[in-house]
Design a protein around this ligand. Structure first.
Ligand SMILES: O=C[C@H](O)COP(=O)(O)O
Length: 256
């Protein structure tokens, strides 16, 4: 399947890290260096909610785009502690990460709520970065593809081929997140190719060929080029390494 049309996308998921002053300091460092990459690679950062507004201001006129790490599926209402998709759009978010394994593991996220959140993101005019991935027990039980395909199908239920072709999926094997243990490039490519084949079955080859599928799980400067060099790996969703400007930029360069 042709990969030329798919510009790589490197997103930094800061998770629950960085105060506002720390976030602004990191952005200041990043801005100058990533400018040289131009539009060779799409660059996204996902700070915590409280830093979104100041970071949005700080990345104006740069080649960095903003993502949120989650959102609620309702547009407004009595949902104490939640944040709605239109609020994130108003702040300048282009993307929202949905269904991260930490949300699935610790906050009761299900395939159904991932789908509802993704619908809200699209309706608000943003693009979801939908995370899928198997646990270690599931991989060891040879259930990787079954689990990932169930998550993909659930997340995308009800969307059209035109919608899905703009989405970003992130394959993040749970056992590789924050552990320093990375999937081999062959393991990543196998799952990415399986997801793309599934998309071709669910929609059509054209849509499947346009969806970008990021790999996430201990992506570091020293493994990024190998992972991003795989034909169906269209970028990276980076956690720990995105907190250091030098590491994020090195990974971005691997995608450029
Ligand atoms: O969203 C990012 C992933 O959870 C990967 O995190 P990590 O790079 O710290 O392993």
């Amino acid at each position: 399947m042709a990969t030329e049309a798919r510009r790589k996308i490197v997103a930094g998921n800061w998770k629950m890290n960085k105060t506002v002053p720390e976030a602004l300091a990191l952005v200041k460092e990043l801005r100058g260096v990533v400018q040289a990459l131009g539009d060779k690679v799409e660059l996204v950062i996902a700070p915590p909610f409280v830093a979104l507004h100041p970071v949005a201001k700080a990345i104006e006129d740069s080649n960095l785009k903003l993502a949120a790490q989650n959102c609620h599926w309702e547009a407004s209402g009595a949902f104490t502690g939640e944040v709605a998709a239109p609020m994130l759009k108003e702040l300048g978010c282009a993307y929202v990460i949905v269904g991260h394994s930490e949300r699935r593991q610790f906050f009761g996220e299900t395939d159904e709520t991932v789908n509802k959140r993704s619908q809200a993101v699209l309706k608000a005019g943003m693009v979801p970065i939908i995370c899928v991935g198997e646990t270690l027990a599931e991989r060891e039980g040879n259930r990787t593809l079954e689990v990932v395909e169930r998550q993909v199908k659930g997340a995308l239920a009800g969307f059209s081929a035109a919608d899905v072709s703009r989405f970003v999926l992130a394959y993040e094997p749970v056992w590789a997140i924050g552990t320093g243990r990375t999937a081999t490039s062959a393991q990543a490519q196998e799952v990415h190719a399986a997801i793309r084949a599934q998309l071709a079955r669910l929609y059509d080859g054209a849509a499947a060929g346009q969806v970008r599928i990021q790999y996430g799980g201990s992506v570091k400067p020293d493994n990024a080029a190998e992972l991003l060099g795989q034909p169906d790996v269209d970028g990276a969703l980076v956690g720990g390494a995105s907190l250091k400007a030098g590491d994020y930029v090195a990974i971005a360069k691997a995608g450029a």
